[in-house]
Design a binder for this molecule. Structure first.
Ligand code: FAD
Length: 474
């Protein structure tokens, strides 16, 4: 029996793909990571995942777990390797509206969880542009963030339980529905964000939240980025912490959107340097039920707050969405981010996190430092400002790998000086392996290697990613 025959014996010959049948898995969303895998195997359930990993472990075969392939750091890149796709583990096992949980398999696309929750008047509050393709196993493995982290936290904050198949095929059952469970080391949180290094996630218990009955959404212009934090804090106080999203788009981002997206229209009559998208969610009927004159209290509250801030000069201009269509148009502008810059090549893309009061410092410091040696460099920024997460793209003046490396190191320097992190929400994958080596605390790296060696002694799970080798060879 060949190795492929043995794979087929586990999950059926139709679910072991090779050659052109693997096209869909041969290129990721970014287009930067391509290459045909040895094979793509598509198990139907946890037992098959376990049998596949047991076989891979016995034969010492590297395995790359893959979900929606929308990750932005090459984490699922697997040229010539065996890809284990979770896409057939796509059952929503249970929605429990009273307990506010969803029990799902790893291959369920996030948008499907949204739809299933909505049928019960609930939300699964993980929202980002790729939600129509990304799967929950992938989002858990990268600890994805998105636009609502400010109110609901990252994916790890939305997960109560996990089922994980370990490298040798053992199934670790952590499918707790509990909000408190201090029974030893928190292995669930260890696996979340591990990008497939410690095991393959096959199922999860997720938290659901009440669906806002109304949203107040606005685009507003502020005189300076530094003014935005005071604005956010004020809105949080006035709404009792109901700000769902607080997103930043500078002028060149808005210009890029207007250029790239057919039919896009400028949000304001005048162009502004600093535009914020703010959204407040109201779950209480008193805030969400329209008054006799049609006014929605939460919208009126936002309008009043913005009027007061305009009076005080803290806001220059504001546009409050008057309909769901207008709200969606505002979000479309923000969620076009990845599309706006992905064709701008060459580029040095960073996904960094700063303390909230240092975001403006990062913006002020970075480009001038780069321009000292690359005067033609330009940058494009967009940010989940409410949680200090900046997506920062530099277009170098020329296509020169050494220059791109230097720019990357400059960005890392500024981030480090300001007490930030070089990876906010996209993870490490392949792209940031070198950065991990030079910037992560060396003791933390040793601990990561020890954990990896304990759980995956043969190093078969997603090799060459996330944790740099001690010998500098990967
Ligand atoms: C347009 C766009 C917008 C985005 N916006 C955001 C954003 O706002 N915030 C944000 O955080 N991210 C964003 N992302 C990236 C985001 O990280 C991914 O979309 C998502 O989290 C990964 O899910 P996936 O199913 O595509 O996983 P994949 O890309 O298939 O895999 C990602 C990583 O997880 C591993 N993996 C996958 N499934 C499993 C599993 N079941 N068990 C173990 N390991 C596994 C893979 O090996 C790989 O290392 C965006 C991406 C795009 C394309």
């Amino acid at each position: 029996m060949t190795f492929l025959d043995r794979l087929a014996a586990i999950c059926g010959p139709d679910h072991v793909l090779t050659g052109a049948d693997t096209d869909r898995w041969s290129r990721d969303w970014t287009g930067m990571y391509s290459g045909r895998p040895l094979a793509v195997v598509r198990p139907a359930d946890t037992a098959q995942v376990a049998a596949l990993l047991s076989l891979a472990h016995d034969t010492g075969t590297p395995v790359v777990p893959v979900s929606g392939l929308t990750g932005l750091t090459g984490g699922a890149h697997a040229p010539g390797q065996l890809m284990l796709s979770l896409d057939r583990l796509n059952r929503i096992r249970r929605i429990d509206p009273a307990g506010r949980i969803a029990v799902v398999e790893a291959g369920v696309v996030i948008a499907r969880i949204h739809e299933a929750a909505a049928e019960h008047g609930l939300i699964f509050p993980l929202f980002f542009g790729a939600r129509g393709s990304a799967m929950i196993g992938g989002a858990l493995s990268t600890n994805a963030g998105g636009s609502n982290v400010l109110r609901h936290g990252n994916t790890r904050d939305l997960c109560l339980g996990l089922e994980v198949v370990l490298a040798d095929g053992r199934v670790m059952d952590l499918m707790s529905e509990l909000h408190k469970d201090n029974s030893g080391l928190n292995l669930r949180q260890l696996v979340i964000g591990a990008e497939g290094q410690l095991g393959v996630i096959t199922a999860a218990v997720l938290k659901l939240k009440p669906m806002p009955r109304a949203y107040a959404t606005a685009l507003l212009a502020v005189p300076a980025l530094r003014d935005a934090l005071a604005l956010l804090n004020r809105l949080q106080e006035e709404t009792g912490g109901a700000v769902e999203a607080f997103e930043y788009m500078p002028r060149n981002y808005v210009d890029g959107y207007l250029q790239e997206v057919p039919g896009a229209r400028p949000p304001f009559a005048d162009a502004h340097d600093h535009v914020i998208l703010v959204e407040i969610g109201a779950t209480a009927p008193r805030d969400a039920t329209p008054l006799p004159d049609g006014t929605i209290p939460v919208v009126a509250q936002l309008e009043q707050a913005l009027a007061a801030m305009m009076e005080a000069g803290a806001v220059l201009d504001a546009l409050v969405a008057q309909s769901e269509t207008q709200r969606r148009q505002m979000w479309a502008m923000r969620e076009a981010a990845a599309d706006i810059h992905r064709h701008w090549l060459p580029q040095v893309e960073s996904d960094v996190c700063l303390p909230l009061d240092r975001v403006a410092d990062f913006i002020d410091l970075t480009l001038p430092r780069i321009r000292a040696y690359d005067p033609d460099a330009t940058e494009l920024t967009v940010a989940h400002l409410g949680d200090g997460n900046i997506h920062h793209v530099v277009m170098p003046g020329r296509d020169d790998p050494a220059l791109s490396d230097r720019i990357r190191e400059t960005v890392e320097d500024v981030v480090q000086e300001l007490g930030g992190s070089f990876s906010a929400e996209h993870g490490i994958g392949k792209e940031k392996l070198a950065t991990m080596r030079r910037r992560k605390d060396p003791v933390a790296l040793e601990v990561m290697r020890a954990i990896k060696a304990a759980l995956d002694p043969k190093g078969i799970l997603n090799p060459g990613k996330v944790i740099p080798a001690a010998d500098g060879q990967g």
